[in-house]
Design a protein around this ligand. Structure first.
Ligand SMILES: Nc1ncnc2c1ncn2[C@@H]1O[C@H](COP(=O)(O)OP(=O)(O)O)[C@@H](O)[C@H]1O
Ligand SMILES: [Mg+2]
Length: 402
């Protein structure tokens, strides 16, 4: 009881031996590893999530996202490493001793209780006198006040999801963990709830850690995205920065699409690296490459590439190609082309003109881009393939399609 009363709405501050409710600040994971037998599910993972931020953990199925969340929640203990909130070391403590709540994809509501009783359950159990008020406030926050008297079976999936969020928020956790919370919703509702969750997070100002395999969801919602692969963080940063400048082939292919080509650095030209890719010379700004000599993978995003049937004038970043496919999508036209090296590239062109695009499969074309948009990453064919496969798998799921 002492622990639960300590978890109350703040009136318990100072009571209880452990005092975890007062753990406030950034969430930090320090070299956290989780092994299941010989298998390493989370591999020496370190990160710091600023207090009050919306943080997304993005990665393909099986990369260790849920295991990471479970360790933060205390449902699983790390094999090595520490987990802290502010100055308080939470490693080894029980779930109920942590100022952390989790929203699961399965909602996990009590079927026999009304919505308001579901939400009031936590505060009541820890003896909060104002449980009813806390529950009412939480329901208002998720805009479910009007359905408070219903049972969970009388709600839609999206409504149940809101209740699950209210039931976690009512405990006023320092950190809210969301494990693929929108996975069971259809696309339209999923998009609505993304906006809604972002609004709630901004309103309550709590730290949200949102786990998803949907790159668009992560990019639209989060202040910071950590891309995970094989139990490690490949790259972490603001979504726009990650998209603009991927540091690995996995990130280049998993977060949006990339046109990649493997070559050799042959020299420098001012602030650029000069790179030979399949007989073509291209330039990459030195500051946009994690490789400075030897083998390199060159990359450029599809919307940064221009396509034309005449050779562009001006310096160098162009390559001849043949059109394989043209698909008109309304706002844009997507081209698939093959380069002389046999690589397939995508080109994404906004339909700014009323004139109908005249390029057809079989046409010879030139591709051109500003060298300032190119990036260089270490050669890692396995990483590139894994990133592309994971992105395809994601797109193949109806809820994640866009
Ligand atoms: N209790 C467990 N025992 C053994 N292996 C596990 C256990 N929990 C998770 N794993 C394995 O750890 C890996 C990461 O799982 P998980 O964290 O659930 O991935 P994600 O949530 O990213 O899909 C998977 O290969 C999974 O099979
Ligand atoms: Mg999972």
């Amino acid at each position: 009881m002492s622990v639960f009363s300590n978890k109350s709405d703040g009136s318990g501050a100072g009571s209880g031996a452990k005092g975890f409710r007062e753990a406030k600040g950034n969430l930090s994971l320090d070299s956290v590893t989780k092994q299941f037998g010989d298998f390493t599910a989370v591999d020496d993972l370190s990160l710091e999530v600023p207090r009050g931020s919306f943080f997304a953990l993005l990665g393909p199925s099986g990369c260790g996202k849920t295991t990471t969340l479970r360790m933060v929640a205390g449902l699983e203990q790390p094999s090595r490493g520490r987990i802290r909130i502010g100055d308080t070391d939470l490693t080894g403590s029980r779930p109920y001793e942590r100022p952390v709540n989790t929203v699961f994809q399965s909602y996990a509501l009590f079927p026999h209780l009304t919505i308001v009783d579901n939400v009031a359950f936590g505060p009541k159990r820890r003896g909060a006198k104002d449980a009813a008020k806390l529950a009412a406030d939480a329901l208002e926050l998720v805009q479910m006040t009007h359905l408070a008297a219903r049972k969970p079976s009388q709600l839609s999936g999206g409504q149940q999801q809101r209740v699950a969020v209210a039931r976690a928020l009512v405990n006023r956790p320092e950190v809210l963990l969301l494990d693929e919370p929108l996975g069971a919703l259809d696309l339209k509702l999923r998009r609505q709830m993304q906006v809604e969750l972002k609004r709630i997070q901004t309103e309550v100002g709590l730290t949200f850690i949102h786990v998803t395999h949907d790159q668009e969801e992560a990019m639209t919602m989060a202040d910071t995205v950590a891309v995970m692969n094989l139990g490690r963080i490949e790259q972490l940063g603001h979504p726009e920065v990650l998209y603009d400048l991927p540091k690995t082939t996995f990130v280049a292919n998993f977060l949006g699409q990339s046109n990649l080509g493997t070559g050799q650095v042959t020299g420098t030209d001012g602030d650029n690296l000069v790179v030979e890719v399949a007989g073509t010379t291209v330039r990459i700004p030195k500051e946009r490459s994690t490789v400075s000599d030897g083998a390199i993978t060159f990359g450029v995003r599809p919307e940064k590439v221009r396509i034309s049937d005449t050779q562009p004038e001006g310096a160098g970043n162009d390559v001849k190609a043949k059109v394989v496919d043209v698909s008109f999508t309304g706002v844009a036209t997507q081209f698939l082309v093959t380069t002389p090296s046999g690589a397939t590239w995508g080109v994404y062109e906004q339909n700014l003109d009323v004139a109908r695009n005249h390029l057809r499969p079989g046409d010879d074309v030139w591709l051109e881009w500003d060298s300032g948009h190119a990036f260089g990453v270490p050669v890692d064919d396995a990483g590139a393939a894994a990133g592309a496969a994971a992105a395809d798998e994601d797109a193949a799921q109806p809820v994640a399609a866009s």
